[in-house]
Write a protein that binds this ligand. Sequence first.
Ligand code: SER
Length: 593
Amino acid sequence: MYTIKQIKDTFLNYFKDNGHKIIDGASIVPENDPTLLFINAGMAPMKKVFTGEIPPQAKRMCNVQNCIRTIDIDSIGDRHHLSSFYMLGSWSIGDYFKEGAITYAFELLTNGFKIPKEKLYVTVFNGDEKRNIPADTESVEFWKKVGVSESHIIKCGFEDNFWRIGGDHDAGPCGPCTEMFYDTGDAHGKSYEETGFFDDKNRYIEIWNAGVFMEYYQDENGNYSKLDMKSVDTGSGLERMIMTLNGMESAYDTEVFLPIIDYLKQNSKIQNIESFRIIADHIRTSIFILNAGVEPSNVKRGYVLRRLIRRAIRHIKRIGLDEEKIPEILNLTIENMHTIDLEPKWNFSKQQIVEKFMSEYQKFSKSLEQGLKEFNEYVKDGKNIINGKLDSKIVFKLFDTFGFPFEITKELANEINIDVDENEFNQLFEEHRQISKTEGTFKSGLQDTSEQTIKLHTATHLLQAGLRKILGDYVCQKGSNITPERLRFDFNFERKMTPEEIKQVEDFVNSVIKSEMPVIREEMKLEDAKKTGAIGLFTDKYGDVVSVYTIGDISKELCSGPHVQNTKELGHFKILKEESSSSGIRRIKAIVE
Ligand code: SER
């Protein structure tokens, strides 16, 4: 049985013995590269080395690089898709080319890792007329030369065997590649020889992109030119390698995940292997991302993280695992990373990482329950299902009101054989972003949308509710201004408030905060909003459809947000000052801490 450590050592030592310098892995958050959210391959931090803009540390290098790839997030739960992995990588920068790379790759797999050559299949690039890139006939010859039989060499097109950094508009070094696959045997499908079909989803598992032959450069318009220097970039997923070398059914049976899967099996009320895998994978990746200093949010890296954490939480609830067990899974994952010698350079303590994760858990867990109830209501009588698809407005509403990332709704829908439309969802998401932007320019109240400002905004709604309760419900907002430091609220009231009244309002607001009430956003017609008794300025400024924020039976206001999801996020509310603003108008300044 191979261990992670043995595989890493075998790989690195082999290349070191062949003149490669072992270099450090980079942080998963790219430095000085705004085009990339996360490092997704060993070569990603070295793009400019391949173009010759930056000199390499050495002409021959190798390392183990932590990578994040969430593009296949909805395939996770199967045998070997993961949202993060470690890549074993080796590089020749303007040094050896195709023959060298193929010889090393074959020798390492058959000699170093003792894989019988009958088990290996390789793919090579078959050319692309449209882009005017010729077939890689040389690699075919080099594979044959090292001993791979012709029947194990498969020729593939641009999509499979031309490696570039992104799509048609992502500029960067690129080239044809040759990949190595391991035959997992008849139990996983028919053989290539028998059918002429290369089943690279089940039977044949890709274990090494044994050479991207970097000799082209793709510009933003999708045009190709030749690079001055020819280089090699290789990469092999360590978690897949250990699964394959040990003849295991899935990456989750390896030492990387097994202790976590076992823990979940023993502590869950419902046994669901797919959920166990998703939880184990997403928690591991969340730990990597939290450790890199990213916080959950609704944009970019933070949103990748939020989706992973929230989807993990959904599956934790699905298998009936107690809340107190969540920190244990995180601790176990972190400890296991250390045990198997596959861990990042820690920037935070175990406890800090657990706290960050649990804080997102607190934000989401209540609205998840409510959202699940809503979801069941929506699908109950079938009226929101159009041609087998859940109405995209509902998918968006679940995102907007209950913080459901698209994948959660998709999963819920798929579980009862309903489809969802990702394009339509993205369109609504984009429209909403534009509307919020426009609304944002109207709304003079909020200076920015930092976390603290948003908290104070929700506190402002509670303050208004408190004033109306203690002083009388004729009291209403006459002005509001919020910065990250404090809220400022003007309201109609004829005299100075007494210290008792101030205390009563504070106590009221703090009791709502303590009751952990969800803050719910709904869109409705203006006239319906009036009927619900929502307060706010019913002026022409609003369109036909308005958004209304409700906090239990405490507060209902016409408002374009943003707000926290639950009052418990606010902390302690304190009124700093109550003073006159103008005739008949009082002004309160307050904070949450
Ligand atoms: N950059 C190539 C890949 O990601 C080789 O590592 O497949």
